[in-house]
Ligand binder design. Structure first.
Ligand SMILES: Nc1nc2c(c(=O)[nH]1)N[C@H]1C(S)=C(S)[C@@H](COP(=O)(O)O)O[C@H]1N2
Ligand SMILES: [Mo]
Length: 374
């Protein structure tokens, strides 16, 4: 990691938009590279290939799987270097995990932190196949003094003047969880290039930034990792520039409705025919099981419980389907849904933070109910 003055002039990342300032071309460029799930694809239990949201800070690296190596180093008794075949010869597990970008909801914050301008769609659920990390760390011998495990990707770039490989530290207790895996397959096929080929980390329950793609190194530290993505990015910091803020960790609860009826092309407001309308959607939380989903058809004034499908013990970190029968009569409506877990629910007004992280504000969908021909 180097900090060059010349690099600092490349962009004004870390900026907060002026009051009323619209989405700029830089943000449009990011939004055109990184895409969200199409909300109608929330109908699938497992998000089909290509529909899963995508977030890549720098460039997608072009890696040759035969040349690829993963080094395990740092505070371990036996450092080692693994090939893809070495990893794939180990015991494999498949788990269904919902991933959500910590920046989801950022574009709704006022003032808007200038970055990838997600609304609500930075989410997806995949079946990840890989080998558990804990036994590998155990074999390498990590000892009781380990604090953080740092995962480094093959991608390289500059952020706020800091040149870096994408790297994230994870507390050792999390890294040793039995469901943390080094994954080489997504939905039964090799990882697509954009999702981390040939190998990525999967940390069920954590926001997306922890799931390091294009892994090249795993390093055990006997201190906290102070790299950019932990110390500067992915914090819940307020307006005071000296406030480092709390680290972003697990996914907060969220419910999203599949927009009903059919859309207006530009605004994506919905048109629904009068009569019985079965609303459906998905709800998830990475910190505790979702206990309740509620739906509002009047913009959040009154709420009604939705039917939430029972938790499936095989998939504790996958989203769950909910449904709600709505008797739609002609008029204009604002649909909302909100999920709660044991720690709380989604806010109707989102507390602001400087980087626009973990904004799980309730979704709002404008609907006009009208007869055929309107
Ligand atoms: N190496 C690397 N890993 C990365 C990223 C990245 O830019 N580089 N982005 C992270 C972020 S911010 C998110 S939200 C998830 C997105 O995973 P996906 O693109 O497979 O949906 O990957 C994470 N892992
Ligand atoms: Mo992210």
């Amino acid at each position: 990691m180097s900090d060059g003055t010349a690099l600092r002039g490349l962009s004004e990342s870390g900026r907060v938009a002026a009051p009323g300032e619209g989405i700029g071309l830089d943000e449009l460029g990011l939004a055109a590279r990184n895409h969200g799930v199409l909300l109608e694809a929330l109908r699938h239990d497992v998000t089909p290939p290509g529909l899963h949201y995508l977030l890549t800070h720098y460039d997608v690296p072009f890696l040759d799987p035969d040349e690829w190596r993963l080094t395990l180093r740092g505070a371990v008794r036996t450092p080692r270097t693994l090939t893809l075949a070495d990893l794939q010869a180990r015991p494999a597990v498949t788990q269904r995990v919902t991933l959500e970008c910590a920046g989801n909801g950022r574009a709704r914050l006022e003032p808007r932190p200038v970055s990838q301008p997600w609304l609500v769609e930075a989410v997806g659920t995949a079946e990840w196949t890989g080998t558990p990390l804990a036994p590998l760390l155990g074999e390498a011998g990590i000892g009781p003094a380990a604090v953080d495990v740092v995962f480094t990707g093959a991608d390289h770039g500059v952020e706020r003047g800091v040149e870096q490989d994408y790297a994230r530290g994870l507390p050792v207790a999390e890294a040793l969880r039995e469901d943390v895996v080094l994954a080489w397959a997504m939905n039964g096929a090799p990882l697509p290039p954009q999702h981390g080929f040939p190998v990525r980390l999967v940390v069920p329950g954590w926001y997306g930034m922890a799931h390091v793609k294009w892994l090249t190194a795993i390093e055990v530290l006997q201190r906290s990792f102070d790299g950019y993505q932990n110390a500067v990015a992915y914090r819940l910091a307020g307006e005071d520039p000296d406030d480092p803020g709390e680290p972003v960790t697990r996914i907060r609860p969220r419910a999203l409705v599949v927009p009903p009826g059919f859309p207006d092309f530009l605004s994506r407001s919905r048109v629904v025919r009068p009569g019985r309308c079965l609303l459906e959607g998905r709800a998830w939380s990475g910190r505790a099981p979702v206990v309740q989903v509620e739906v509002s058809t009047d913009g959040g004034t009154t709420w009604d419980a939705a039917d939430l499908e029972p938790a499936d013990p095989r998939h504790p970190y996958a989203w769950r389907r909910f449904t709600y029968g709505w008797d739609a009569t002609p008029g204009s409506y604002e649909l909302c849904a909100r999920a709660s877990d044991a720690e709380g629910g989604q806010p109707l007004e989102q507390p602001w933070n400087r980087q626009g992280m973990a904004n799980n504000l309730v979704q709002r969908i404008g609907v006009v109910v009208t007869e055929v021909g309107g």
